[in-house]
Design a binder for this molecule. Structure first.
Ligand code: BGC
Length: 463
């Protein structure tokens, strides 16, 4: 009987042949890592839509980047990656998430820079040498200029171009010596669209058009499906393809207001669920208040959902209320309660709720981002403890969760806010590029250690 109970629990934690140490989720079946993205850390002066964005201003002359910084040097991760991997390893991490700069690999249509790809191979080999499992995102917000100048994610060739790029990169990185297993196609399609195509216009292309926003979501959904198809066509069994999906918890501002309840549900549909359903069924259906509905049917490879696992990213909860003005709703934070340096609510159970809600789709889940801007590191230790409580609770409830990847190991270029916000477990001195660990890195290390002890222990108890 005991054996049966243990086997059921183990099988619940393993899935689809993914690496899972029998009986031990702490090592190495459960991943603890840190996440970053190419543009935010590497340092680059290669043309891209984001590089262009950092060098230009809004029509009224306001800089696109609030602190007027840029990402030409960032943390110089391109050259210093191994120092960061060493720090991660010493803290007990066993995973690391990076992204690939498309503009480096394919600087012009169909022109492949194999040297740039070699560099990523070296980076991943260094990661593996430090015992860190690589998680690789193929698109994290940034587009080569030759793609953005044609209309970016709304360009009709975007899905096929992204599919070819994904095939090229995965074809190389999934083979020895890199042997990457876990890829993610697109980072946070709905955030890219919210900030680039809706009222927030913090990201390029910086327009405000609800119909274009729906077309952008459709382009991204088709690009994900096409990348999935192209990658699966390579026939490499070990490769798992995921999506890094932002899942914000949306609640009605006035719980008793029927209109707030309805708009909160609609916003949840637009930003959390519609994309998932598009890539699971091939029914592309995006509709925003004040915009045209975009609706089409795309064939899925083997008529199966185009997803092997789901990366969930959460940065809290938003209150939603109906608004007559565009985009038809208003999002707000709570009036009281702790906030991060950017004024975002810090909510103890937001991560738990995000994973719980997204688990309904039935995919194995890994938390691929959550974190906070906290220059003084005053709240981060507590935030990490909340997150570990969430992980334990989710596992106790048998959620198919196989890892936690914190945003971020080091400070980095925080998009429209520039270098000012500090998301790192490790501080970067931008004058010297020196890395200084913050106390929260020790908290993270201690929580990981405790987690591994507890889970191996309870596993022994079960035998
Ligand atoms: C993005 C990161 C970003 C982080 C903090 C996520 O939405 O994927 O690139 O730095 O949030 O804002």
């Amino acid at each position: 009987m005991r054996f049966l109970v243990a086997m059921t629990m183990i099988l619940g934690l393993c899935f689809l042949g993914l690496k899972c140490a029998p009986g031990k989720i702490g090592k190495p079946g459960f991943f603890f890592g840190a996440s970053n993205a190419a543009f935010q850390v590497e340092g680059s002066s290669i043309d891209s839509d984001w590089r262009e964005w950092t060098r230009t201003v809004y029509p009224d002359g306001t800089p696109h980047i609030s602190d007027k910084s840029n990402a030409e040097l960032a943390t110089d991760f391109w050259n210093r990656y191994d120092e960061d991997f060493r720090i991660a390893k010493e803290a007990g991490l066993n995973a690391f998430r990076v992204s690939i700069a498309w503009e480096r690999i394919e600087p012009a249509p169909g022109v492949w820079d194999e040297k740039a790809l070699d560099h990523y191979v070296k980076m991943i080999v260094a990661m593996r040498r430090r015992g860190l499992e690589p998680f690789v995102t193929l698109h994290h917000y940034v587009l080569p200029l030759w793609v953005s100048s044609e209309g970016g994610v709304t360009w009709k060739e975007f899905p096929s171009r992204f599919g070819e790029f994904s095939r090229h990169v995965v074809g190389r990185l999934s083979k020895p010596p890199a042997n990457v297993i876990y890829f993610m196609t697109i980072n946070e399609p709905t955030i890219l669209v919210r900030f680039g195509y809706l009222d927030d216009h913090k990201f390029p292309p910086g327009i405000n058009d609800a119909s274009a926003a729906s077309r952008a979501l459709a382009g991204l959904a088709k690009a994900h499906i096409e990348a999935y198809r192209q990658i699966k066509d390579l026939g490499i069994k070990s490769v798992k393809v995921g999506l890094a999906h932002n899942w914000q918890v949306f609640e009605p501002l006035d719980k008793d207001s029927v209109s707030d309840q309805a708009i909160a549900q609609k916003v949840d549909r637009i930003f959390n669920r519609a994309f998932m359903e598009a890539i699971m069924t091939g029914d592309i259906n995006f509709s925003m208040p004040f915009g045209e509905t975009v609706s089409e049917k795309v064939e899925l490879p083997d008529n199966e959902p185009a997803l092997d696992y789901l990366g969930i990213q959460n940065y809290g909860r938003s209150y939603v209320t109906l608004s007559e003005k565009r985009p038809g709703y208003a999002l707000s934070e709570s009036i009281s309660g702790p906030k991060n340096d950017l004024g975002w609510d810090l909510v103890p159970d937001a991560l738990y709720l995000a994973v719980k809600q997204s688990a309904d789709y039935g995919f194995p889940i890994i938390i691929t981002e959550t974190g906070l801007a906290d220059r003084e590191d005053s709240f981060r230790p507590k935030y990490l403890k909340w997150n570990f409580d969430a992980i334990r609770r989710l596992l106790a409830e048998k959620t198919d969760l196989f890892g936690y990847i914190h945003w971020s190991l080091t400070d980095n270029f925080e998009w429209a806010f520039g270098l000012e916000p500090r998301f790192g477990l490790v501080e970067i001195d931008y004058r010297t590029l020196e890395r200084r660990t913050r106390p929260s890195l020790s908290t993270y290390a201690a929580l990981i250690k405790q987690f591994r002890e507890d889970f191996s222990q309870s596993d022994k108890d079960r035998r």
